[in-house]
Ligand binder design. Structure first.
Ligand SMILES: *Cc1c(COP(=O)(O)O)cnc(C)c1O
Length: 347
């Protein structure tokens, strides 16, 4: 294969805004944009496309790899030798941080919190946690605590030992990490443009908010009429919208975009598919995972992408998207957690 541009977004608009920011190459970009004919047919609605950010190329893939191009870029620019972050025991973010750190020769400390209680042995040993251990992350366990103060204390201890720590917040959704999805959003828009597909909406799981914030900022920067709909995986609508807006404003300030006219109204979140709570799949989550697997051979997960797909399916059935329209499902990854949720698929 010849010299491809490294990513669609390395040209034009993106080059101008993103080029000044330290960045390392991690993502196998552009990730594929595939048409899901059998799923679209089964749902008898719009043409559903999938943007394969589950295949970003880093230790199982997932959306955090995009953020980590900038987060690790900044850590290296600051001459950090250790990265510290937090997440639930089955955090995909924690696993991808550990992998990116390993790849760039940094130590990793993971603060894993008991945010999801009452799960069995598989949850406590398998899935992402198995991979964290394999990636040689140093693991600290805590109860269901607020992680930011604990991360700050760990960083303080590291500094006292002469190390140079870099703290990455939960989900990597600060100003720097969010730039990864500005790049991801511009990449998606370039692909849709090249295919001549006029998609109405991109639907995806929203948690710490940076993915949605970056996508939305990208549509603004490109002047594209693509709606971004976040399906909440835990928080109620207003809290989730607040997270997205905070990340969006931080990233916009970072790259010098000041015109955020009416952006508040553009942050669309649906919280009806959370089910029993963060890290707890509903029956419809499991059903959505099965449909994607059975019709397309596509692996979703019980914490994020399964809930997002449950949301997309319900919205299609409710007539929100119709035949003849095009909708993009952003697959943010997460299938590495499936083994930790084996019990939910027992029947
Ligand atoms: C972290 C994560 C999300 C949510 O992305 P945010 O940027 O935190 O909102 C969605 N899907 C998967 C699989 C994730 O790991």
């Amino acid at each position: 294969m010849g010299e491809l541009p490294r990513q669609a977004d390395d040209r034009g608009v993106a080059a101008r805004w993103l080029a000044p920011h330290p960045r390392v190459a991690i993502v196998h970009a552009p990730t594929a944009l595939e048409r899901l004919d059998r799923l679209s047919h089964a749902l008898d609605g719009p043409t559903v496309w999938v943007k394969r950010d589950d295949c970003t190329g880093l230790a199982g893939g997932g959306n955090k790899a995009r953020k980590l191009e900038f987060l690790i870029g900044e850590a290296l620019a600051d001459a950090a030798d250790t990265v510290i972050t937090a997440g639930a025991v089955q955090s995909n973010h924690a696993r991808q941080v550990a992998a990116a750190a390993a790849r760039f020769g940094l130590r990793t400390i993971l603060l894993l919190t008991e945010t999801v209680t009452g799960r069995g042995d598989a949850y406590q040993n398998n899935g992402n946690l198995l991979l964290d251990r394999l990636l040689r992350a140093e693991i600290r366990r805590a109860g269901d605590v607020e992680s930011a103060p604990v991360l700050a204390r760990i960083a303080e201890e590291e500094r006292a030992q002469g190390r140079r720590p870099c703290v990455i917040p939960v989900g990597g959704s600060n100003a720097v990490g969010t730039l990864g999805y500005v790049a991801g959003g511009l990449e998606l828009l370039a692909q849709l443009g090249a295919l001549g597909v006029n998609a109405t909406t991109v639907v995806h799981a929203t948690g710490s908010g940076g993915t949605q914030a970056g996508l939305l900022l990208a549509t603004r920067m490109a002047g594209a009429a693509l709606d971004v709909l976040g399906i909440s995986v835990g928080a109620p609508v207003e809290r989730q919208r607040g997270r997205v807006l905070q990340a969006l404003r931080a990233a916009a300030a970072r790259i010098g975009i000041s015109d955020l006219h009416a952006v508040d109204a553009a942050v669309a979140v649906d919280d009806r598919f959370v089910g029993p709570g963060y890290g707890r799949p509903a029956a419809e989550t499991i059903a959505a995972i099965r449909i994607a697997a059975e019709t397309e051979g596509l692996l979703l997960d019980p914490v994020y992408s399964g809930k997002a797909m449950a949301g997309l399916i319900a919205l299609i059935r409710a007539g929100r998207f119709r035949r003849g329209q095009h909708v993009v499902f952003l697959h943010t990854g997460g299938a590495q957690a499936l083994g930790a949720y084996a019990d939910d698929f027992a029947s």
